[in-house]
Each structure stands twice: as structure tokens, then as C-alpha cells.
Ligand binder design. Structure first.
Ligand code: 5GP
Ligand code: ZN
Length: 124
């Protein structure tokens, strides 16, 4: 029996939306492709800059990638930070929804890089 308290389906790469975007099978507005990560614009932006940064390899959430490939997670953060600097002068919010209960809807880890306006705290 699984003891994982986070509800997240394990999605096969062939059925994974973001694996298919990485593979070029589904179009996306790509901002930059790195050695291990891809940045593309969110289809339903919540800020002037709303970019999703994903690893090329499938990991279901930030906990999984932190354990399996910390270098890819570091590259993801560095690329998000560079994009926020280039598009919005520096400040940004980086969000990893982790688990369906808190809003994760695509189970291929993605950092939401949000920038270009003021934000309130706490988030809803
Ligand atoms: P989550 O809810 O898992 O944290 O974030 C998933 C994000 O993916 C949402 O912000 C949603 O707008 C975005 N999204 C869903 N489908 C697509 C798509 O086909 N293309 C792009 N570029 N973004 C998508
Ligand atoms: Zn995937």
C-alpha cells in the first residue's frame, strides 16, 4: 500500500501533456530550451509573464525531481530566474503546485514563473 499522502496519478510519458510538448508533438510558445529543461508560455496566463519551466525528462512533481535529478531542478530555477529578469526586471514568483488538492493539474513537474505585476500574499 502506498504511504504517499499526495494525490497525483503516475502518468506514462506517452500520455503526458508536457512530455508531448517537449517532444514537439503539441505546439507551444517556447521561450527557451536548455540542456535539461524547456520554458514555454502558459496557455492561460495569470500575469504579464507566465512561463512554465519543465524538465525534458518526466518527473511527476518537485519532490520527485529534487530526489532524482537535483541538477535539472537547479537548471529549471536558474532558467526561470533569467526569464523573469529579462522580461520583468527581476522579481518573480515561482510556484510548484504539488498534489491535486493544491491545484496541480498536469503531473509532469513545472515551475510557474509569474512576473510583471504585484502579487498578494497569502495565495488563494
Ligand atoms: P498546474 O495546475 O498543474 O499547476 O498548472 C498547469 C498549467 O498548465 C496551467 O496553468 C494551464 O494553464 C497550463 N496548461 C494546460 N494545458 C496547456 C497547454 O496545452 N499548453 C500550455 N502552454 N499550457 C497549458
Ligand atoms: Zn511528462
Amino acid at each position: 500500500m502506498s504511504t504517499d499522502p499526495i494525490s497525483a496519478p503516475d502518468v506514462a510519458p506517452a500520455d503526458c501533456l508536457f512530455c508531448r510538448i517537449v517532444a514537439g508533438e503539441i505546439p507551444a510558445s517556447v521561450v527557451e530550451r536548455g540542456e535539461r529543461v524547456l520554458a514555454f508560455r502558459d496557455i492561460d496566463p495569470k500575469a504579464p509573464t507566465h512561463v512554465l519551466v519543465v524538465p525534458l525528462e518526466h518527473h511527476r512533481d518537485v519532490t520527485a525531481i529534487a530526489a532524482a535529478d537535483p541538477a535539472a531542478l537547479a537548471e529549471l530555477v536558474a532558467l526561470g530566474s533569467r526569464i523573469a529578469a529579462a522580461e520583468a526586471g527581476g522579481p518573480y514568483r515561482l510556484v510548484f503546485n504539488t498534489g491535486a488538492e493544491v491545484g496541480q493539474s498536469v503531473f509532469h513537474v513545472h515551475g510557474h514563473v509569474l512576473a510583471g505585476r504585484s502579487f498578494t500574499w497569502p495565495p488563494g
